[in-house]
Design a protein around this ligand. Structure first.
Ligand SMILES: Nc1ncnc2c1ncn2[C@@H]1O[C@H](COP(=O)(O)OP(=O)(O)O)[C@@H](O)[C@H]1O
Ligand SMILES: [Mg+2]
Length: 223
């Protein structure tokens, strides 16, 4: 990039999603990448799924804290997450991309495929169609899959939230579930190697950040 006018605006924006299990380091790496790109003069939007807009955050809260005592069904969970995505894509992601911004998103539809599809067992073809519908056909330009074993991700997430019951929740779902999530992400990456870049995430944050910066710079140069 030779254009030094700030903020740097891209003609069609750039949509980058981060995927991987809980504790992989997605939030950590998103913030490091955002700081790097912002220092380079890029206009960045950092957002997350489920969530990202007022309504979508309300739907997230429903999915995450359904403490009414009523069981959240797998079907309802999928539809709530998908409804939130439609709000998020139409009201935040697409307008930001149209304004030439770089959108960095913590999880996107690959998480739906991995969790609700591969791990919970909802029909994958239905999920593929629902993902396409809920994202209004919006496909990430680049997806970084942080590759960490379910066990190491579990340890990190447990250390992060030792006072909250996240570890209980993860344990309740069982290691088998997290193994299916992991395998699901690997299959997603194998099926779409152009878009999904697998980054080993077991090392120190700065090392992982270095690799991600290289991948993103490469994507920027191709624009
Ligand atoms: N590369 C790393 N090595 C060791 N600990 C890390 C690394 N990246 C993140 N962490 C820590 O592990 C925990 C989970 O990281 P986080 O970024 O919240 O993961 P995620 O958003 O994928 O759930 C946090 O406490 C974070 O500080
Ligand atoms: Mg996170």
């Amino acid at each position: 990039m030779t254009d030094k006018t700030y903020p740097r605006s891209l003609r069609h924006g750039l949509f980058i999603t981060f995927e991987g299990p809980e504790g992989a380091g997605k939030t950590t790496q998103l913030q490091m990448l955002r700081d790097y790109l912002a220092a380079g003069g890029y206009d960045c939007v950092l957002t997350r799924e489920p969530g990202g807009t007022v309504v979508a955050e309300q739907l997230r809260a429903l999915v995450k804290h359904h403490d009414s005592g009523e069981i959240m069904t797998d079907e309802a969970e999928l539809l709530l997450i998908s409804a939130g995505r439609a709000q998020h894509v139409r009201n935040l992601i697409l307008p930001a991309l149209a304004a030439g911004k770089i959108v960095l998103c913590d999880r996107f539809y690959d998480s739906t495929t991995a969790y609700q599809g591969y791990a919970r067992g909802i029909d994958l073809d239905f999920i593929r169609r629902l993902n396409s519908f809920s994202s209004c056909g919006c496909v990430p330009d680049l997806t970084i899959l942080l590759d960490i074993s379910p066990e190491q991700g579990f340890d990190r997430a447990a250390a992060r939230e030792s006072t909250i019951n996240v570890s209980d929740r993860i344990e309740a779902a069982g290691m088998d579930f997290h193994r299916r999530v992991y395998d699901g992400f690997q299959k997603i990456a194998a099926a779409d190697p152009q878009r999904v870049k697998v980054v080993a995430a077991s090392g120190p944050p700065a090392e992982i950040n270095q690799q991600i910066k290289g991948i993103v710079e490469h994507a920027l140069q191709k624009l």
